[in-house]
Design a protein around this ligand. Structure first.
Ligand code: ADP
Ligand code: GLC
Length: 485
């Protein structure tokens, strides 16, 4: 009998995306399916999700859900794939204007505990004897981040499910911590509201529930698995994580190698590969035209596509940006987030109209064009559970400049004589997480880019030739599933 896995996620590319979790949720299930696992994704039925799913059909009605009573389950497929998605149709919770987590003004939806409590509860029901899906009972419920992290608690405490649960930690900075009255509102038994459970400093914590009750824990890179057991990266949960330390499996994310492939990327005016690089120069020129930067093949073009938050460390770039421009560099930035960061970058763009371009907002085609058209990709994150953009940078011959943390440390190999000699160098790694560390690292990259084209081409090629696909990591997830059942 093939293994059946319910993969629970609050965002899935291409249906809805705010960041890397969507990329992973759109590509890992497919890779596991190719290994013979019967995967179904469970997610909220946000309006754009219902609008895009294909072959949508009624699956079941569920009753006795916290707060909302009943909801309908729909089954559909992701366009151009065979990936099956179960969407929870609950218009009152999920069909509204705004993002999956925040409203149009950037405020967290007040009812997020219900919105994601219901997601978790439905997962638990589908893994129990009460499930209306008699012909599809999962062996494993694979939860992702805080939004589905109550599922292992429900599975253990209310539905007494026989299925096993896994929580994958994509970012410890977001935990879903709410006032204690939510315990009864969400139909959770009070026995769980303790240190040995989901209580966290008098509040109830979705993420702690997942870490405490899940049968297995994974992180999205090996380095992050170790980091989160320290106070600097555990965001208060390092104590609990240390207790389960030996069990935490770090599995590096892969990328979707069709969507993110310069040889077929439909968002680019020209395609290229490591054996035929000419197209990259055309994409750079088109990017400079689109962003009204000076058309200059030789100007080092620095690319950034990022949420603009403390995590991403881009504030460290601001004090040196004018100096870099004075040296002939250009910057193409796409992102959004904290107001102060957005304004600081916009102001530098106003002062340097043909050298610095700042696009605030979310733009999928432009993100591909910046990835391909830039010469180097800047990602000085203070912490980075995995990071996908540096992997895209490798695939696109745009060497990443990164801080030595999490998945960045696990995927980027610094350009130094030893790594040049053994053909592993694929980017530049900061020596320290500071403004000075970042500028020193960028200067090292500029030295190679401007004065040693042979080495530059070699590091581009090293990255482009790497197997960045899910092949290996999907096997590791499969082995983890098998070890549980
Ligand atoms: P995180 O999930 O922490 O934001 P990742 O590097 O794992 O970081 O993934 C970010 C994903 O979101 C990438 O696919 C990136 O291209 C995309 N992304 C981030 N900001 C934007 C934006 N403003 N427009 C389009 N895509 C974006
Ligand atoms: C989170 C992390 C990012 C990771 C992504 C997918 O958003 O911040 O580092 O790549 O999840 O796992």
């Amino acid at each position: 009998m093939p293994m059946k896995v319910l993969f629970v996620s609050s965002e899935v590319f291409p249906l809805i995306k705010t960041g890397g979790l969507a990329d992973v949720s759109g590509s890992l299930p497919l890779a596991l399916q190719n290994l013979g696992v019967e995967m179904r994704i469970l997610m909220p039925g946000y309006s754009p999700v219902l609008a895009q799913l294909q072959n949508l059909q009624h699956l079941a009605h569920l009753h006795h859900l916290p707060h909302i009573g009943s909801a309908e389950l729909l089954l559909g497929t992701i366009p151009n794939t065979s990936t099956q998605v179960i969407a929870i149709k609950a218009p009152y919770l999920y069909e509204r204007d705004g993002g999956p987590y925040i409203d149009a003004h950037g405020q967290e939806w007040q009812d997020n505990p219900v919105r994601f409590g219901v997601l978790s509860k439905v997962a638990s029901i589908l893994a129990s004897k009460l499930s209306p899906l008699k012909d599809w009972q999962p062996n494993i419920v694979h939860c992702n981040d805080w939004q589905s992290a109550l599922a292992p608690a429900y599975m253990r405490l209310t539905e007494q499910s026989r299925a096993k649960s896994i929580i994958s930690l994509h970012n410890m900075a977001f935990q879903g911590t709410y006032p204690p009255h939510w315990v009864s509102s969400l139909g959770l038994p009070h026995v769980g509201f303790s240190i040995e459970g989901f209580e966290y400093h008098g509040q109830m914590s979705f993420l702690k529930a997942g870490i405490f009750y899940a049968d297995a824990i994974s992180t999205v890179s090996p380095r992050y698995a170790k980091e989160i057991q320290t106070a600097a990266f555990g965001f208060g949960l390092e104590g609990l994580l240390t207790k389960r330390g030996d069990e935490i499996k770090g599995i590096l994310n892969g990328i979707e190698t069709e969507e993110w492939n310069p040889a077929h990327d439909k968002h680019l005016i020209a395609n290229y590969s490591h054996t035929k690089m000419a197209g990259k120069a055309k994409v750079k020129q088109a990017l400079q035209e689109r962003l009204t930067l000076d058309i200059d093949a030789n100007a080092p073009l620095l690319g950034v596509v990022s949420r603009l938050t403390y995590q991403k460390g881009l504030d460290m770039l601001i004090p040196h940006l004018q100096n870099l421009v004075n040296q002939g560099c250009q910057l193409a930035l796409l992102g959004g987030g904290e107001q102060a960061l957005e304004s600081a970058f916009k102001q530098i763009a106003v002062q340097n109209p043909n050298r610095v371009s700042v696009t605030i907002g979310y733009n999928e085609p432009l993100s591909h064009q910046i990835m391909a058209g830039s010469d180097m990709f800047i990602m000085p994150s203070r912490f980075e559970p995995c990071g996908l953009n540096q992997l895209y940078g490798l695939a696109y011959g745009t060497p990443p400049i990164v801080n030595a943390t999490g998945g960045l440390a696990d995927s980027i190999i610094d350009t130094n004589p030893a790594h040049i000699a053994n053909k592993t160098a694929n980017g530049f790694v900061m020596v320290e997480a500071s403004e000075e560390g970042l500028i020193a690292c960028i200067q090292r990259a500029l030295d190679v880019f401007n004065h040693d084209k042979k080495t530059w081409k070699a590091i581009q090629k090293n990255g482009m030739k790497q197997d960045l696909s899910w092949n290996k990591s999907a096997q590791t997830y499969l082995a983890l599933y098998q070890s549980l059942v």
